[in-house]
Design a protein around this ligand. Sequence first.
Ligand code: GRG
Ligand code: ZN
Length: 327
Amino acid sequence: EQRQKLLVTYIRDKMGELAAEKHVKYIISVEKKKDSFESVVMEHLRINGAYWGLTTLDLLEKLHAVDVDEVVSWIISCQHESGGFGGNVGHDPHILYTLSAVQVLALFDKLAILDIEKVSNYVAGLQNEDGSFSGDEWGEVDTRFSYIAICCLSLLCHLDKINVEKAVKYIVSCKNLDGGFGSTPGGESHAGQIFCCVGALAITGSLHHVDKDLLGWWLCERQVKSGGLNGRPEKLPDVCYSWWVLSSLIIIDRVHWINKEKLVKFILDCQDTENGGISDRPDDAVDVYHTYFGVAGLSLLEYPGLKAIDPAYALPVDVVNRIFLLR
Ligand code: GRG
Ligand code: ZN
């Protein structure tokens, strides 16, 4: 224990510290200031914002700071007759918002208030003949939606409602020669898309389709001099890739191929230590999205004082365990 304490002190002295209290205040203030710039920009995807902000609070062990009933009844008011959820009250349903709604309810242990049949039928109804998924009734197809459908149905214990074999086959058809994955067959490898494909393959027990060494090499090459990660070759580093790249590396068991200390330092350098929040790169403006990915990235890096996050479900490990161990 003594050694552990010394190690923590050593790491903190070397890298600076996570301004946890400040970030909690920042997230709560964004939630309250409904007419601020960020809130207006976020209006149409407020339910995603709620997932980012609330998951961050939970990782910081501060979820109790919000009014559960208020959040839950607002989430329910975003649901449509179809079973899908919109980004806010009165907005059209989309699979993107449906996953966030399910994740937020999972955080509060409130999945039971859902009509699970209805929500899972909505998601399952978006699967196409070739196994891919559309995002909504308008039909855009993307491996992001494959991940969302699989993650969502797994959390609702209803993967039986889709053709998993075909879903996996479609994802594998989006694999490239560099080991990565794109949004559709032939699409360029991108770290965000890789997270979606690797996450979906992990949830369905299909990781044997991944060339772990080849993909691990591509992913660890995303680390640049500053310690941060980019999403594709030649691009700038960005805190959100601390999630997309790192979660994928952990799932394929190659996280030891990057320099963890340098990445921790990069994320900490992106904090607004005065007013809270984390930005995409040092000295940029903060937002809830990058605050979430920064904190989630630090959780994956086992930064002290944070709850552990599950790299495939993007929810705290205790939340995932509550769902799968108690059913
Ligand atoms: C539950 C965590 C979670 C996610 C749900 C929506 C989704 C599933 C996944 C999105 C995956 C994805 C494609 C992420 C990438 C987002 C991003 C930063 C895109 C920017 O791309 P460019 O090309 O930026 O504009 P770069 O960094 O390449 O310059
Ligand atoms: Zn970003």
